[in-house]
Write a protein that binds this ligand. Sequence first.
Ligand code: UD2
Length: 312
Amino acid sequence: MAKFLVTGAAGFIGRSIAAALLERGEAVRGIDNFITGKRSNLAGLEAMEFIEGDLTDPEHCALACEGIEIVFHEAALASVPRSVADPAGTNLHCVTATLNLLVAARAAGVRRVVYAGSSSAYGDTPTLPKQEEMLPNPISPYAVAKLAGEQYMRAFARVYGLETVVLRYFNVFGPFQDPTSHYSGVLAVFCRRMLAGEQPTIFGDGEQSRDFTYIDNVVHGNLLAADAPKERVAGQMMNLATGSRCTLNETFRILCEFTGYNGQPAYGAARSGDIRDSLADIHLAGKLLGYSPIVDFREGLRRTVEWYRTCS
Ligand code: UD2
């Protein structure tokens, strides 16, 4: 019987966590509805028990949680612009789905739920780096939805004693991130386009910055969060990031080096709901989990370009 459940197991982050658990020899169950997850992402995860299901359906949640000790809740409809186009869809798949999952987890006797939070919760405030005690200030429907999920985690820890751990991810990138959607993360899109010799478009002046976080760091943080003592992490929220930032213009220049692209970027209108600068303070995850990044931004980007070059 599986001990770990990964929601969004056919998505980029979920499949990466599942792969690491399987590598450790763990018994893993995954669930995905394939709205944004991909069947091809399940390649290599054949040892995982898989449920095609939707967390908006409480019965699917109950099935997924049966016998499980620890849940990694990665399923979501990511993307700020997607949420601007369809706020209700984002709410359904981020908030309702999360609440359904928590109800089912509690009923099934799950011990711990590790939740994929988002740096977007901090909003567009000028103070950097972002520290966990700062008041949240979400400016897009996506940010509101991911923050609501966090608050449900906290409430379930407080009132039901479920061990919830919120990890606020900062712009995760790496192998298996879908580069084909209108709503794909910027690095996936840029890698694909620049490797194909196509011009990428920077929205705005390119001086916006992000704390881009390579996937291995996120997987590492999740495994630490699953193993950390209850007294230290239950009910807590912490940033999970690299702890350094890079502008899009600078990132473009590094990508030119790695991909061999020798053109200029196009510049388009700034995106609605966008945040200007983002940088995490990662001391709390260091203190509570013993976390520090294992792959820096430049090396992560190099590995990512090689993956898109050879595998996608
Ligand atoms: C937000 C969250 C991130 C994660 C993600 C999920 C922040 C700071 N980060 O990422 O943690 O939850 O949502 O989707 O809130 N851009 C271009 N050209 C393109 C595509 C994007 O210039 O072709 C720009 C975009 O306008 C933005 C930056 O690149 O300024 C990053 O965009 P993104 O969609 O990769 O991620 P972001 O920051 O919305």
